[in-house]
Each structure stands twice: as structure tokens, then as C-alpha cells.
Ligand binder design. Structure first.
Ligand code: KIV
Length: 290
């Protein structure tokens, strides 16, 4: 008698069906922009769970395990209380659920700003524990030394400039940036600094469209816009925003579905069936075979 215990993975919800796809790489993403031009924009969405990653992966070039999970998954008021433990757990789940996209994991507030060495300790933990290909961190010129330190040590970095949600207290809110001449010049200088420091791509969030176009035209790395411009080299959205999970839709979001209504309606029908004993039916209970 065999002593080997085999789990019947065919019945496990957690076991994804491997898709015959080769995973994209960070250099492939960076080289997507050729001579300063991008023919077909890069597609990026946030993902926080394995199942969500399975569904999004075939349609995306990159999956971002954003620290927006603090608000979307954990109901926190901002991203500031998100921890490395949270990012590692969700990052690993998204890598397990994907085969094709480059997975990028956000570095949480307070885990990288103090020094390049602190950033290296946090980023190397993220990559080792999750299997993700890259990290993302917020900040421009102030983070250039750190971006250079990490990229020279084998850690691909996506920079995030413009509206940087981890700086909400300093910025005074989530309004669009780059309206004044001084801010316009600072964000442009940030884009150039992170490019020169070795970032493989940058997220440009919540800026005036003309500034987004100037940055897209002037840096060699892909510019992934969110609330920026249709001319960026790619676009990213929080998946739950584009699915219509929340009542409030920020101006820069296009809703591609109304999942909140679908979930509410399904829960209402389920509750009615349970209360009227219409569920479960004989098809949904176990009975001895005849
Ligand atoms: O955390 C996040 O989801 C992000 C995107 C909004 C770019 O940083």
C-alpha cells in the first residue's frame, strides 16, 4: 500500500490551470519603448489576490500589487499604514496566480525612504518572498540615489511621480499636480532624475495632460499614466475602480463594469432564497447513491 498522500488538486479552488504563456521580463517592458516611441501602449492593472491575478493576467503586460490594497482590501483611510508583511503576502498570491505579466510590488511607506540600505533590505525581502520581478517606490529626485543603488544591485525599480499618495499629508490631498510653473518644472525634473538613476519605467499619476505629454516625449523609459494622458506609453488603473466596485469614481477612471451592483444583487437573491428555503435544492445536497 502506498504511503504517499496526494491532494486532489483538480478540486482545489486555489490551483490555477497553467496557461501556456511565457512570462514577460523587465527588459522586455523597458525595450517596448523604442527610440522614444511606443507603438502599442503597455497595459497594467492592480491585482491583490491569486484569483484576481488569474483573471487579469492574460490581458495585461504588468500586474501591480499596489499599496492601494490598504484602502481597497483592508478598508484603511490611506496607504500609510500598509506593511511589508501585507505586501509580501499579497505579492506572493499574485505571482502564484499569474504566468504572463511582469509582477511589480509596491514598497510601503516607511520601508525605503530613510536610506538606500533600508530600501535594499525591504526590496530584497519583497522579491525573495513573493517571486515578483520588480518593486515600485514613490518619489523623484529625492529617491534617485536609492533607485540607482537598487538597480545596480539587481533590483528593477519602477518609479512613481506626480501625485504620490504616500505623501498625502505633505501634498494636502489627492488633487492633480503640475498646475503651477514651479510644480510643472519639479515633476519634469523628477522624471528625468528617476530615468537617469536607472528606473526601468515610471508611473505618472494625477498630472496635467500637457505635462504628461512632455514627460512621455522626453524620457527614454516607458511612462505609465494614471490620470495623466492618452499619449503615455501605457496606462494603469486600480482594478476595483475600473470594475465599478466603489460608489465614487475619480475623474480619471473609466468604469468598464458595475461589479458592486452585480454583487449586491446576487447577495440579495441568495438571502431571499435562504430565507424562503429555496436554497439549497435537492441538486445541492448530498444523498446516498441509489
Ligand atoms: O497603489 C497603487 O495601486 C498605485 C497605482 C494607483 C498606480 O500605485
Amino acid at each position: 500500500m502506498s504511503t504517499t498522500f496526494t491532494i486532489d488538486t483538480a478540486t482545489s479552488r486555489a490551483t490555477p490551470t497553467p496557461a501556456p504563456m511565457k512570462r514577460l521580463t523587465v527588459p522586455a517592458i523597458q525595450n517596448h519603448k523604442v527610440d522614444g516611441q511606443t507603438r502599442e501602449p503597455l497595459v497594467m492593472l492592480t491585482a491583490y489576490t491569486a484569483r484576481q491575478a488569474q483573471l487579469l493576467d492574460p490581458h495585461c503586460d504588468m500586474l501591480l500589487v499596489g499599496d492601494s490594497l490598504g484602502q481597497v482590501i483592508y478598508g484603511l483611510p490611506s496607504t500609510l499604514a500598509v506593511t511589508l508583511d501585507m505586501m509580501c503576502a499579497h505579492g506572493a498570491a499574485v505571482v502564484r496566480g499569474s504566468y504572463h505579466s511582469v509582477v511589480v510590488v509596491d514598497m510601503p511607506f516607511g520601508t525605503y525612504e530613510a536610506s538606500p540600505a533600508q530600501a535594499f533590505a525591504s526590496a530584497s525581502r519583497i522579491l525573495a518572498e513573493t517571486g515578483a520581478a520588480a518593486v515600485k517606490l514613490e518619489g523623484g529626485q529625492a529617491m534617485a540615489e536609492t533607485i540607482s543603488f537598487l538597480s545596480q544591485r539587481g533590483i528593477p525599480v519602477m518609479a512613481h511621480i506626480g501625485l504620490t499618495p504616500q505623501a498625502v499629508n505633505a501634498l494636502g490631498g489627492y488633487g492633480a499636480r503640475g498646475k503651477s510653473e514651479a510644480e510643472h518644472a519639479k515633476i519634469l525634473a523628477d522624471a528625468q532624475a528617476v530615468t537617469n538613476a536607472g528606473a526601468f519605467a515610471l508611473v505618472l499619476e494625477g498630472v496635467m495632460e500637457d505635462l504628461a505629454d512632455i514627460i512621455t516625449d522626453s524620457v527614454t523609459i516607458p511612462v505609465i499614466g494614471i490620470g495623466a494622458s492618452a499619449r503615455c506609453d501605457g496606462q494603469v488603473l486600480v482594478t476595483e475602480d475600473m470594475l465599478g466596485m466603489f460608489e465614487r469614481t475619480p475623474r480619471f477612471v473609466k468604469r468598464f463594469d458595475n461589479i458592486a451592483e452585480m454583487i449586491g444583487n446576487a447577495a440579495q437573491r441568495y438571502a431571499a432564497d435562504v430565507r424562503s428555503r429555496a436554497f439549497p435544492t435537492p441538486d445541492q445536497v448530498y444523498r446516498p447513491k441509489k
